[in-house]
Design a protein around this ligand. Structure first.
Ligand code: UT7
Length: 337
């Protein structure tokens, strides 16, 4: 295969969803809200909360499921890319735990933090490594992507404008070099001027004072996630059609040719608006937001795994995937399955 024909093809998927359900009624006992408001304004009925595991334990389960379905040995994996905004640690990277957890001894591993666009960014990155492989550089044929989020650990459960949205979960995919099918195009962008629209401050255990003294931070609990929901909503309804239109154009594919448009599950109204603006049949935009809420970068690979395991994806099908989120990041990709 020469580099121009080395496409990045998703050959298998996996996911992990925590068991514990947090319903809208549960939330209505914590903040002033109710099931009707949450369903109408977001499309969410319930979300899952991880109560006992580290993020990397969830990530390893999802990754093992994708690996098992791929038929590859963990030793075949050259690169592990993990996407998260809720890693257990500043360092090491989540991907290093996954590399060890699945036994991908021959792989190098790193994280990306691109908010809810993480899966689209990771696929684009995997594709870049696969197509750039040439003598003298690290040969990358098989990539394990895992997006794993424990948003419940940074959610502020006193803030009704954000706590109703988020849930926990992990999704994974094995991506391989292929001469025929795979990623046809991608369009990824960032608008850092909107960086303050969604923030979760870093946790500092010490404070360095101006006089050079260092003391333990008495208030080392992070403030939790803060979000300007309306600003993000306005951004998303413009960014998604832009990303999808540009990715379709670059792939020379029309919206009618797509079997599915797999969108980041953030708000049903955002999904409906994008579908309408792009003139896409709503049947082509599957949703699971009712059950899981917004699981950030895990939302697209979880939904992809549901479709895949239900036998709804056939070789050669054209799909679009899309993500947007903190950063502000956004992007879309066109895939030939
Ligand atoms: O992955 C990316 C992450 N973020 C997003 O995707 C967020 C995008 N934004 C959104 O999904 C929506 O903006 C929200 C769901 C966050 C909010 O929906 P909205 O329709 O934009 O509501 P709003 O902020 O305009 O608020 C309307 C009203 C307000 O009351 P007043 O001022 O009109 O009296 C809010 O205080 O709804 C109130 N409100 C609530 N009421 C009951 C806000 N949150 C709640 C709630 N329950 N949970």
């Amino acid at each position: 295969m020469n580099s121009s024909t080395r496409r990045a093809r998703i050959i298998s998927t996996g996911s992990y969803i925590p068991e514990r359900v947090l319903s809208n009624d549960d939330l209505s006992r914590m903040v002033e809200t109710d099931d009707e408001w949450i369903r109408e304004r977001t499309g969410i009925g319930e979300r899952r909360i991880n109560t006992s595991m580290k993020n990397h334990e969830m990530a390893v389960i999802a990754a093992k499921r994708a690996l098992e379905a791929s038929g590859l040995s963990p030793l075949d994996i050259d690169l592990v890319i993990a996407s998260t905004v809720t890693n257990d640690n500043y360092t090491p990277a989540l991907a290093c735990h996954v590399q060890a957890g699945v036994g991908a001894k021959n792989a190098f591993a790193f994280d990306i933090n691109a908010g809810c666009s993480g899966f689209v960014y990771a696929l684009d990155t995997a594709s870049a490594f696969i197509s750039a492989s040439r003598p003298g550089t690290r040969q990358v044929n098989n990539v394990l992507i895992v997006c794993s989020e424990v948003l419940s650990r940074i959610t502020d459960y006193t803030d009704r404008t954000s706590c109703v949205l988020f849930g926990d979960g992990a999704g994974a995919a094995v991506v391989c070099a292929d001469s025929e099918h795979g990623l046809l195009s991608s369009y990824i962008k960032t608008d850092g001027t909107g960086a303050d629209s969604i923030t979760a401050p870093a946790l500092t255990s010490v404070i360095a004072n101006d006089d050079g003294t260092i003391e333990n931070n008495p208030d080392k609990i992070t403030e939790g996630l803060k979000m300007n929901g309306r600003k993000v909503f306005t951004f998303a309804v413009k960014a998604i059609p832009e990303a999808l239109s540009e990715a379709l154009k670059a792939a020379d594919v029309t919206a009618d040719e797509l079997k599915y448009v797999i969108m980041h599950q953030a708000n049903i109204r955002i999904i409906n608006s994008a579908v309408e603006r792009l003139g896409i049949d709503p049947e082509k935009a599957p949703v699971n937001i009712e059950r899981y809420g917004n699981t950030s970068s895990a939302s697209v690979p979880i939904l992809l795994d549901e479709l895949n395991r239900a036998g709804k994806l056939q070789r050669g099908d054209k799909l679009a995937i899309e993500g947007f989120g903190s950063g502000l990041t956004y992007g879309a990709a066109i895939i030939e399955w």
